[in-house]
Design a protein around this ligand. Sequence first.
Ligand code: NAD
Ligand code: UGA
Length: 479
Amino acid sequence: MTLKIQNICCIGAGYVGGPTMAVIAKNCPNIKVTVVDNNKERIDAWNSSDLSKLPIYEPGLDEIVKRCRGRNLSFSTQINENIASADMVFISVNTPTKTKGLGAGKASDLKWVEACARQVAINAKKHTIVVEKSTLPVRTAEVIKTILEDAQLSSATPYKNSTFEVLSNPEFLSEGSAIQDLEEPDRVLIGGDNEEAIEALSQIYKQWVPSKKILKTNIWSSELAKLTANAFLAQRISSINAIGALCEATGADVREVSRAIGSDSRIGSKFLDSGPGFGGSCFKKDILNLVYLSRYFGLPEVADFWEGVVFLNTWHQHRISELIVKKLFGTLSGKKIVVLGFAFKANTNDTRESAAIQICKDLLQEGALLFIHDPKVDSKQIEVDLERPQMNKSIKAGDLPSQSGEWKTISNLYDGLPNSDAILILTEWLEYSNINWEKVAKTMRRPAWVFDARSIINPSQVLQSGLKLWRVGDGSQVH
Ligand code: NAD
Ligand code: UGA
């Protein structure tokens, strides 16, 4: 017999919880979906009548929220009540790297997941399927099960007849294409050992995902597959960035190398774009978690192998900052650099672990004056990321840089250009690939540089306009 799910509660209204539940609500109109969070400001933003104020930006998300909110999708801070009425509770809270104590700097901090498990244990009134949606270290389901089951023995637990099943259902969406990834996933992974619970969850996905794409595994394989997928993807980026550095040294071009190796069907063409180094909230934390687990289970060689992926990424980001300093005559003091893009990739307002943070910090350290443009990231977020306030001074066209080691945001990228020494492209927003280089070149201070860390500009147009160019992984430019 399949359990019929009528009420879903998702704890965590973030980048995963919000879009995932919106897509479930859209495709399962008979299920009531409530996304809860203890961050009131975030829930208020999800409930905002102005859809441009939703807390996260994802193409297509606003339309789904508009269609389903108030129908079978709601956002609330009433966590206990919604757990109590749910047949299925998704845990979709943050699992960042621990900053202190055992495993600091590598292991995932599971305090938010543990808090959710305890809250479910106390508030669930009936049989409840608990679904791990957060990315978790392998064997976390054991911890959740123990918390849920032991709570039944405690006198402080009001509802003694509650029963639980725990499933792992990791999320593979990418930011910027979350809705498309959720609507047409490559696969949905469900790990568990209870057939009835697995079937109940797969019935939800079957409303829009073909059955053959729903993979069922044991719970530990499912947890580990998520970490492994991110590790493999990040490894490809470090691999191609390493080869890009070699291209720059040897006269080869990383785009050509990528094309040549990517057409081998065993390698595949995706995830071979050299850039400023991977960012995003998950790659680094998930690999470090894998490193921690490998050491914990007595496999230091495995740990070292994966740690190299993160090491290369950090090295690559500093390499870019250093080459900018070198090309600008060894000093950035008082030099004006227009930074295009701060988000960790295009089509998102997320800056977590963005390469822009480290590179901008390096440039500020060298005394640069940064004019930062990003179509979706607001200046308050940049202030938090750069850990210093933006300069409190209005700029006018023709201003000569007078301060050093400072930054400010610009809403029009052309505003920062007068007398600038360099343009640095860090995020591949479409609008940066259509820049009028003739116009730009006229306003910059010579010699002026374009540093394209995303390889999105047309090199001949830049060079024809008299600007100097560095493109990531491009050894064919002779300077
Ligand atoms: P997020 O920080 O955007 O959202 C997490 C939310 O959980 C926050 O709003 C926070 O207030 C809330 N929260 C934390 N503890 C809570 C509690 N006890 N009660 C109620 N609310 C609580 O995080 P995210 O990016 O959505 O990531 C969530 C998980 O999904 C992480 O494990 C991450 O690794 C994984 N993941 C993320 C992505 C992605 O693209 N961001 C993709 C796949 C998987
Ligand atoms: C990544 C994975 O792709 C998702 O499958 C996973 O669910 C998610 O992490 C997660 O667990 O959080 P995301 O971080 O949103 O998704 O974005 P990606 O498209 O993977 O990009 C990550 C970083 O790699 C970005 O900084 C991007 O610019 C960079 N990248 C990506 C490259 O430098 N080159 C590429 O070829 C691809």
